[in-house]
Design a protein around this ligand. Sequence first.
Ligand SMILES: [Cu+2]
Length: 118
Amino acid sequence: MKNTMLLGVAGMLGIALAGGAHAAQDGSMHMAPGASMGQAPASAISVAGVVRQVKPEAGKLKIAHEPIAALHWPAMTMDFRVKDKAMLKEVSAGDKITFELGRDASGLVITRIEKTAK
Ligand SMILES: [Cu+2]
């Protein structure tokens, strides 16, 4: 009886953890069918966030970003590509930034980064 209950709790925790794994490895998870069509604004989207990790080889930044209303995204931590790897030299982990998201042939890409605090 006790063992059964423990197993039940463990199972629920497992499900909760799986469901809570919100951090994405890149933006592709957001590319739900139709999500990028029609409603997405043509102009750049400005987003606030905190740099978590700089990945020079990959040309990516891991950013804990605030909700992005224009894309219907909740706040989360994820990787973003940068348009130019040189942009990665301007920031380091812990920097508070405002960045602009645009689109290229491969999807979302950071087109501009501005530090808001050190
Ligand atoms: Cu995200």
